[in-house]
Every structure is written in C-alpha cells, then in structure tokens.
Design a protein around this ligand. Structure first.
Ligand code: GDP
Ligand code: ZN
Length: 296
C-alpha cells in the first residue's frame, strides 16, 4: 500500500501527500473510520490505495502526538518567535512561551526576530541567556537568519508560536516565498487568526512541513507537577543530577547543584528566577485547585 501524510481537509475528503513522489492525491475515507469513531486529522501518516485518480485512506499509522488548537497530529517541533523590541517582551514572558511550547513538542527552535530594531547589547544578553537553545537571530528585511531557519525546519513538522506582532507571518513568508498578509488577518491562510478549525500543512522545499496556523497561543500551567517544571528548563534539568536530593526543587535545599551553578554564572540568573516564579505559581495553584489558563 502507498503511504503519505494528510496535509489538508476538504469537507469529507482529505488531501494526502505521497511520501515518495510528493504528489497530492484527493482521498475519500473508508467507512470503517466512521464506525470506529477514529477521525483522521491533518498531520496523520496514512496508508492509502488509488483507484483511477481518486485515493482512499485505508489506515492511520500511530500518532506521536496531537495538538488541540489547531487540531493536528505528529507536530514534532515548535518554532518560538520572540522580540526584544516592538514588542519588547520581558524574559519572564519568553520563558513561559518556551515552557508552554516544550510541553507539546519534542524539538524547539528559538528565534529572536527584528534584530534590526534591537540594541546589540540586548541581543548579546539574549544570546547568553538562551544559549542552551542556540537561538537564531533574524531580520525579515535583510534576510539574516532565514537560511538557518530553513535548515532547522528540514525534515520536521513545525508549528510557529509567539505573541502577535513578533513577525511569525513575515518569517513564514520569507521561507516559503508565499504572500501571507502580515500585520493583519490573512485571507489566504489562517495565520493571525486564533482558529480552532483545521489547519493546513505547507511543504518546505527541502523536506518537512510547516503548519499554516500559529499554535500554543494559550499558556497552560495546569496539570504540571511542581517537580516537572524543571523539565522545561533544560540547563536546570541537566544540573539537577548533581543535587544532593533526588527530589530537589532547587529552592533552598542543601547540596543543590543548580543554585551553585547559578552562583558561578553557569546557569543564567534570569532563567533560574523565572523557573522559581513558575514553580511557585504551579505550587500555589495546586493548593487553590485552580485551572490556570491565560492568553499571552
Ligand atoms: P505576526 O503577528 O507574528 O504574524 O507578525 P507579522 O508578521 O504580521 O509582523 C508584524 C509587523 O512586524 C509587520 O508590520 C512586519 O512588517 C514587522 N516585522 C516583521 N519582521 C520584522 C523584522 O525583522 N524587522 C522589522 N523592523 N519589522 C518586522
Ligand atoms: Zn537542586
């Protein structure tokens, strides 16, 4: 049987892009999906058959994950776009956006956009603080950082995230040479709209796809256990192996390797402070039984 990826939905038909040829084939769904209540979604890897020029999806291969808004499967990479001017995002916000995206995907690409508007000293500070992510520095107008971004998107299914106005649509335009409207709601795609409807996968020239709709626009700290907060701060997580206690939360415990490395400057202070802030919020909300959800 042939294999492919569902790239879009058109009422009851789906468009499948063939793994090998890259061709797009309009497919019907087997009646069995209705019976078992398995609804195929964009991102699904499927097996399909072809009869004349119409395909039919026969089975869905196991999903590695599912994102809810937009509804899409197998997204393995988040592209977190932030700026330090227009808008000037505080590091605390940036750390929340990173945490939020890391909860749902495997890999993360961090981009500082609008470097043309940003003081070089601030850019350097950002590079230092976020060195663990090897951030891309970009400017849509000079094209700086765009080739590196293309390279990092290769062979992944990636979704853009970040507050409005940071340049997500502009960056996507530069990668795809598309005409997504920037600075307002796009007509040709869902970009800029916070939609819950189905998204579309756009093929990248060198392999991989990007989702045409931004994701993770709501920060959700609910369902995080306090000891899991460090999982989203990789530099803290790796230092934690050196702590005296297995369940060290790196607040004031004796023999804490994280605190020692912060004091030596090996873990950036702002990352540590924001880790503590989020940890406190997670603990407080656990006590109050909150269901924390906040737009950024
Ligand atoms: P989105 O809301 O994240 O999709 O942001 P947009 O792509 O719509 O961009 C918002 C505004 O920022 C637009 O006016 C863009 O022209 C502008 N912009 C995007 N990237 C850059 C950049 O690298 N430098 C500068 N100076 N402006 C940019
Ligand atoms: Zn510790």
């Amino acid at each position: 049987m042939k294999k492919g990826t569902i790239v879009s939905f058109n009422s009851n038909l789906v468009t499948v892009e063939d793994y090998e040829s890259g061709e797009e084939i309009l497919c019907t769904l087997r009646g069995r999906f209705k019976l078992t209540n398995t609804k195929p979604m964009v991102g699904d890897r499927v097996e399909y058959t072809v009869d004349r020029d119409r395909g039919r999806v026969e089975s869905i291969l196991p999903r590695i994950n599912v994102i809810d808004k937009p509804k899409i499967s197998n997204v393995d990479q988040a592209v977190v776009v932030v700026t330090l001017s227009s808008p000037d995002l505080p590091y605390a916000t940036i750390d929340r956006i990173i945490l939020n995206a890391s909860r749902s995907t495997i890999a993360l690409v961090l981009i500082l956009n609008k470097i043309d508007l940003t003081d070089p000293k601030k850019i350097n500070e950002f590079k230092q603080i976020y060195r663990i992510y090897d951030p891309i520095l970009s400017c849509v107008f000079t094209g700086e950082g765009i080739d590196e971004l293309k390279f990092r998107l290769k062979d992944h299914i990636s979704i853009f995230t970040g507050p409005s106005g940071v340049g997500k649509s502009s960056l996507l335009n530069s990668i795809l040479n598309l005409k997504l409207k920037t600075g307002c709601v796009s007509q040709s795609t869902n970009f800029g709209k916070h939609t819950t409807s189905s998204a579309t996968l756009i093929r990248i020239e060198k392999g991989g796809f990007v989702v045409d709709t931004p994701g993770f626009t709501t920060i959700e700290l609910s369902n995080i256990k306090p000891l899991d907060v460090q999982n989203f701060f990789p530099e803290i997580k790796s230092a934690a192996y050196g702590c005296a206690f297995d369940d060290c939360a790196h607040e004031n415990e004796p023999g804490c390797n994280v605190k020692a490395l912060v004091e030596k400057g090996e873990i950036p202070l702002s990352r540590y402070e924001n880790y503590l802030k989020i940890l406190k919020e997670v603990k407080d909300q656990k006590i109050r039984g909150d269901n924390f959800e906040k737009k950024y």
